[in-house]
Design a binder for this molecule. Structure first.
Ligand SMILES: Nc1ncnc2c1ncn2[C@@H]1O[C@H](COP(=O)(O)OP(=O)(O)OP(=O)(O)O)[C@@H](O)[C@H]1O
Ligand SMILES: O=C(O)C1=C[C@@H](O)[C@@H](O)[C@H](O)C1
Ligand SMILES: [Mg+2]
Length: 170
């Protein structure tokens, strides 16, 4: 049932939203950011959902948004915690090619300067390092394609690398 979608997964700060919109632009695809669907659906910022309703409630909403997504020829930027929802990921894998944007944790830490307000689904006391260790096996499990990035790089060159890997240069 692959609807010719590109599903971007990866750590917070790996570039799913930033690269995703450029990837859509250069490949003629549409673009959707699941975080924006969550905020629209709830009327709340991501961090507010986590603060007010809690971790489990956030993941439940994210799972539902992932399960309900209906699109084609679209680049989908998921939230960093999407891989924690098996049902949502099962559906996303059915409707598209899952691309893991693999960025080293030290680069993630350098980029993510708004840890407390970004809406990262931390369990009590967790750090970005803990999240990286917990999720990396899940990113690898769900990935159809993995694109490795060593550190900060030119956005266009990064998008070009993803397009090469997905054979989108036509
Ligand atoms: N290839 C790159 N090189 C350098 N900086 C980058 C690159 N990709 C993204 N960034 C920067 O990293 C930060 C996070 O990017 P972005 O918001 O796209 O991450 P994300 O994967 O969508 O995170 P989240 O899961 O939290 O939504 C932004 O400041 C962005 O400009
Ligand atoms: O990695 C995470 O747990 C998340 C990061 C946020 O930016 C959002 O993508 C979402 O709230 C979850
Ligand atoms: Mg994002």
């Amino acid at each position: 049932m692959n609807n010719n979608n590109i599903i971007l997964i990866g750590m917070p700060g790996s570039g799913k939203s930033t690269l995703g919109v450029l990837l859509a632009k250069y490949s003629g695809y549409s673009f959707v950011d699941l975080d924006l669907i969550i905020t629209k659906k709830t009327g709340k910022k991501l961090q507010k959902i986590l603060d007010q309703d809690g971790y489990d409630a956030f993941l439940k909403i994210e799972n539902q948004v992932g399960k309900e997504l209906d699109c084609e020829k679209t680049v989908v930027a998921t939230g960093g915690s999407m891989v924690l929802s098996a049902e949502g990921m099962e559906h996303l894998k059915k409707i598209g090619t899952v691309v893991y944007i693999n960025v080293p944790i030290d680069e993630i830490i350098r980029r993510v300067t708004n840890v407390a307000t970004r809406g990262i689904a931390f369990k009590d006391g967790e750090t970005l390092n803990d999240v990286f260790k917990e999720r990396t096996p899940l990113y690898e499990k769900y990935a159809d394609v993995t694109v490795d990035f060593e550190n900060a790089s030119n956005l266009e060159e990064t998008v070009d690398k993803i397009m090469e890997k997905l054979n989108l240069h036509k």
